[in-house]
Design a protein around this ligand. Structure first.
Ligand code: SF4
Length: 388
């Protein structure tokens, strides 16, 4: 192996963090920082017991080098058309062949997924510092010049602190998309959940990312205002997004994990969760009130009720509203049937309810498990916990 730099004393081999956006499922995950420097959002259980740290640039580069070396080996084996490449490589991993099995597995997965994109972990890579991150991204592009997309999560408050020129330099180096957790455009909601960003900060950060020439993906969390702030959450979020006009608006419906601080508020009654019907009304209000945006709306998270609630604004607005209206106009029993079928993975869109075999399967599941209108919410709550 040929390495570009000396690793730190604490280097313990190739690392990956716990999460990535659903749209980065095919990407190589390169861990730049560990956990979340903010870590206070009350709805988020992901890093709560874990300390934040920046990884030394040399260690991140070593991770990149390891994947590079293994990728070359895998490509060579593939070019030789060796039979059962995956089986052979897995055997090699188990026999102690590769020096770093985690890096080898990452390289293999990435190869099998086309090796086109990279996602920088964990919660907010920009906290690393512009020059360090430019160094890392440049190294990444040197090793993998064909990669089309390099992306990361970034917090609006951190983006606000990065100089415009540094953001542009990061874009030039190859970082071409940021995923921002906007969650809400309502200051009341943002304060309540301790997001650490205001609506104004979100808008300014979003515009800054776009000005730097990066693609911008804004995550929105239906249900985050609870019953009390549901309408305000929808209207203010629509207004913030209308000011930003991001490339992507991605829905990720709230599900309160028992490990999240918000769970305590929920148990005490300080936070009242919206029903699925309320959330659908909220999403309707949000989409209806988007003004002047050309964003692509995405619903690629398992927690969302409708996988097909996707489209380009403004031309697909009517079609997306029609999906929500169709659900809202259903009888409560039919809504329950869809909700149960969706959460059990039988349905992904309302169109699936025209498939009588699937409908019958969900009906039988409900009957055999004694699921009624009254018990549906508790059952779905239980299932949702397994998703988060
Ligand atoms: S910034 Fe992101 S990762 Fe950090 S606590 Fe908030 S939601 Fe979780």
């Amino acid at each position: 192996m040929t390495y570009t730099s000396q690793v730190s004393e604490g280097y313990q081999g190739f690392e990956q963090g716990p999460i990535r956006p659903p749209s980065e499922a095919q990407s190589l995950l390169i861990r730049v920082t560990r956990n979340c420097a903010w870590n206070r959002c009350t709805f988020c259980p992901v890093y709560k017991a874990l300390a934040f740290s920046k990884r030394p640039v040399a260690d991140v580069k070593r991770d990149i080098d390891l994947v590079y070396e293994y990728l070359l080996e895998i490509q060579q084996a593939h070019d030789m058309q060796s039979a059962g490449i995956r089986r052979e490589m897995t055997r090699l991993a188990k026999s102690g062949g590769p020096m770093d099995p985690a890096a080898f597995e990452a390289a293999m997965q990435w190869f099998l997924n086309g090796a086109n994109s990279v996602f920088l972990q964990d919660a907010d890579s920009l906290v690393t510092g512009a020059s360090e991150l430019i160094d890392i991204v440049s190294h990444l592009k040197t090793r993998f010049p064909w990669v089309e997309r390099v992306t990361s999560y970034a917090r609006s408050s951190t983006i606000g602190k990065v100089a415009e020129d540094d953001l542009k330099a990061l874009r030039t180096a190859g970082l071409n998309r940021l995923h921002v957790g906007l969650e809400s455009g309502s200051d009341k909601v943002l304060r309540m959940v301790r997001k650490g960003s205001s609506k104004e900060m979100h808008v300014k950060a979003g515009l800054k990312v776009k000005k730097a020439g990066m693609e911008l993906s804004e995550y929105v969390m239906p249900g985050l205002g609870g019953i009390g702030l549901s309408t305000e959450h929808a209207l203010e979020t629509a207004d913030a997004l209308s000011q930003i006009d991001p490339d992507f608006i991605r829905f990720r419906t709230l599900a309160v994990s028992e490990r999240a601080p918000l769970h305590v508020d929920r148990v005490s009654g300080r936070f009242q969760t919206c029903s699925d019907v309320m959330i659908v009304k909220e999403m309707r209000t949000l989409i209806e009130n988007l003004r002047g945006v050309s964003s692509a709306i995405k619903s690629d998270h398992i927690l969302n009720l409708f996988e097909d609630l996707e489209g380009r604004m403004p031309q697909d607005k009517g079609r997306m509203l029609a999906i929500l209206d169709e659900f809202l106009e259903m009888e409560p029993e039919k809504q329950d049937l869809y909700r149960v079928g969706r959460r059990l993975g039988v349905f992904s869109s309302l169109g699936d309810m025209r498939d009588l075999e699937r409908v019958s399967r969900v009906q039988q599941l409900c009957e055999s498990n004694g699921i009624t209108h009254e018990s549906t919410d508790a059952l779905l709550e239980h299932i949702m916990q397994t998703f988060i």
